[in-house]
Design a protein. Structure first.
Length: 170
């Protein structure tokens, strides 16, 4: 008589194959952490849909690309004005200094602000920030404006008097 193989029923073989060990504590902890993360995300999503997004900040409304040129010959004058423009939060413009350097000559008498874009409002705001009069703001578009500069500040021999008047202002 042939020997009969010891056969195990299908369901028992399946259980033995996949469910031999109980899950470890690490896997259980990972599942709990994932569950909590999904619940937090779901709550924040539901809150945003129900109550709407928060109000927009009252930050700068327009970004202005600025060029600062030193035409007075004082070392560090262009970087001082660039720092002043970038650090200002009082206007509705955010000044972004994209070019800073020396002008072709150092014999510029008065500081002027050149409006390079379509609107002169950013140039006027920069002039007010520097303490300049309206008559020192000039509209002079660039022919090859590959940096997309909207305002150019050309520092003149009166830079020290401008910096002194800015220090006296509150």
């Amino acid at each position: 008589m042939p020997r009969r193989k010891n056969t195990v029923p299908f369901f028992k073989r399946y259980r033995m194959r996949f469910f031999t060990k109980p899950p470890s504590a690490m896997w259980e902890a990972l599942l709990v952490v994932l569950f909590v993360a999904v619940m937090i995300y779901g709550y924040s999503f539901a809150k945003k849909i129900t109550f709407g997004a928060e109000e927009e900040s009252t930050g700068p409304q327009a970004f202005v690309r600025v060029q600062v040129l030193n035409g007075c010959g004082i070392a560090g004058a262009a970087s001082d004005v660039a720092d002043l423009l970038v650090g200002d939060k009082s206007t509705s413009y955010h000044f972004d200094v994209v070019d800073q350097g020396n002008f072709a000559t150092f014999d510029v008498r008065e500081t002027i602000v050149l409006g390079r874009g379509e609107s002169m409002d950013p140039a006027r705001a920069a002039a007010r920030l520097l303490g300049l009069d309206k008559d020192r703001v000039i509209d002079q578009p660039l022919s090859d404006n590959f940096l997309d500069i909207e305002v150019t500040v050309l520092l003149g021999q009166d830079f020290e008097t401008l910096s002194q008047s800015r220090k006296r202002r509150p």
